[in-house]
Design a protein around this ligand. Sequence first.
Ligand code: AVI
Length: 331
Amino acid sequence: MPRAQRSPRYAWIEENRADHLDSFAEAVESGLGSEPRSLPCRFLYDATGSELFEAICELPEYYLTRAEHEILEHHADAIVAHCATPAALAELGSGSSTKTRLLIEAFLRRQERLRYVPVDISRSMLDEAAQSLLGDYRQLEILAIASEYRDGLRQLGKETRLPKLIAWLGSNIGNFTREEATDFVAGIRDTMGAEDRLLLGVDLRKDARVLAAAYDDASGVTARFTRNLLERINRELDGHFDLADWRHRARVVDGGGRVEIGLICQRTHEVRIDALDSRYRFARGEFIHVEDSTKYSEAEIAELAGRASLRVEERWLDGEGRFSLSLLAPA
Ligand code: AVI
């Protein structure tokens, strides 16, 4: 059962934390027990992982956040002009909601109040972002949903009666496979009325060297982010991973269409995970797959939208053509 709490301008709904813990244990057990080994990337975002991801967004090599910010800076008013008045703003994977401020301000330039519904896995991130936004915008009312995307989407369908702009920014879509992405966007489409719009931020296919640097930065923040997953297993499941035995690897594949991210084992050894009452043997050179970051061409974005019964109403790129924001409307 989700927990919920309300105060005049801030309310939140949270999925049961115990379920999360169970699902982490189950995911680790099944991911390390299968061949090839993998761990789902959604578990990268505990409090430490969320902080590390915020640091990634500031890295000189990680152009995605700045490119998307640049597009919003130039086009937030034009984006909002495509939406009914008044409209609500929802956001999937909102994180610190930094870029969202540009959309919030554009909405508040044309309507008196705004209901903002951020959905994020990290409750601490949601609380922090909400406090900061409520302090800065008196006309804002926030309903935060602390859950995974799919549960959040279900709640979103129930919680907003106004026409809404659903923002799914940051190329978060890239962490799904192409098939999952199409299914998920089709799921969003199912919650949309004729006047709703989906604003999709997508990183574009590009030169492998640019991608390799973005996902394996010189200061090692991305490596810490990936390795934090093993530390999380140590913290939450009484695991005994020695971080010195694991190295972060980001490999660009599919002609710049995907970055495959994970951990390479540095020596053959065994690791105990007490909460699972299990031991796992890893061979030197073995790879644990943690995350894919899929990149799209503009044609692929339009194709994906079409398969989800949406059409590209408009799209904007940053000055260097690295990143795209597409506004999708029901087809
Ligand atoms: C959250 N997501 C869009 C990031 C990405 O670019 O795929 C996650 C990330 N992993 C390593 N660096 C960034």
